[in-house]
Design a binder for this molecule. Structure first.
Ligand code: SF4
Length: 216
């Protein structure tokens, strides 16, 4: 099995480390035999600089979410209201690009605490919509939107420390931390998500067929 901590090539890539003891435990769980917490995959999803559309598509798994709950514990997610990213996570899906200092810190925490990190959706894979501001200087951007723009929200930056400082540019996830696999799509459709996630939960390598490797 190969490691694929590399730049995306428009397809889901094989993931290392899904064999061995924990991989076997996951296979058992995926077969519906292991409903105890100890046998379940520790799954996380995270939301960086994205619109939450990828998470909405994840929720569109509908009844498959019940299958998912049989084999995985959702240990961190914007839909689970867990405040701190936990240790010993098996698989983490990351929506969104890295746009501010909080995203950067969380991405590094995710990498340190997750065995498999997946770029989930086009913003994480390429920067996509979130990176459209890269052609602008950050200070110009803040001035246009927050100091001169409609609403003129007088917050952020060094003045009150409430809004996390923007990075000078927006990065796709793999330019900040090593990433093991990529799920393209804006958002990825539920079938694509399920194909990838169910393989990861079984401890199998994941490959998306050609129709599932498209951006947008
Ligand atoms: Fe939203 Fe599309 Fe980015 Fe997902 S990839 S966060 S749906 S803009």
């Amino acid at each position: 099995m190969t490691t694929s901590r590399s730049k995306p090539e428009g397809e889901m890539q094989e993931v290392e480390g899904t064999e061995g003891g924990k991989g076997k435990a996951r296979r058992k769980a995926a077969g519906g035999q292991g409903k105890e917490g100890a046998n379940k995959v520790r799954l996380a999803t995270a939301w960086l600089g994205g619109c939450s559309g990828c998470h909405m598509s994840f929720l569109d798994l509908d009844e498959k979410l019940i299958d998912l709950a049989e084999v995985a514990d959702l240990v961190y997610s914007p839909i689970a209201d867990v405040k701190t990213f936990p240790e010993n996570v098996d698989v983490t899906l990351v929506e969104g690009a890295v746009a501010n200092v909080d995203h950067l810190e969380l991405a590094q925490q995710i990498r340190a605490r997750s065995r498999v990190v997946v770029s989930f959706g086009d913003c994480a894979v390429t920067g996509n919509v979130t990176s459209m501001r890269n052609r602008l200087d950050v200070d110009d951007l803040l001035t246009k939107v927050y100091r001169e723009g409609p609403g003129q929200v007088p917050r952020g930056g060094e003045a009150d420390k409430i809004v996390p400082a923007l990075l000078p540019r927006v990065y796709p996830l793999h330019q900040v931390i090593p990433v093991d696999a990529f799920i393209p799509g804006c958002p990825p459709d539920p079938e694509r998500i399920w194909t990838a996630v169910s393989a990861l939960l079984r401890g199998d390598p994941v490959r998306l067929d050609e129709t599932m490797r498209k951006f947008g």
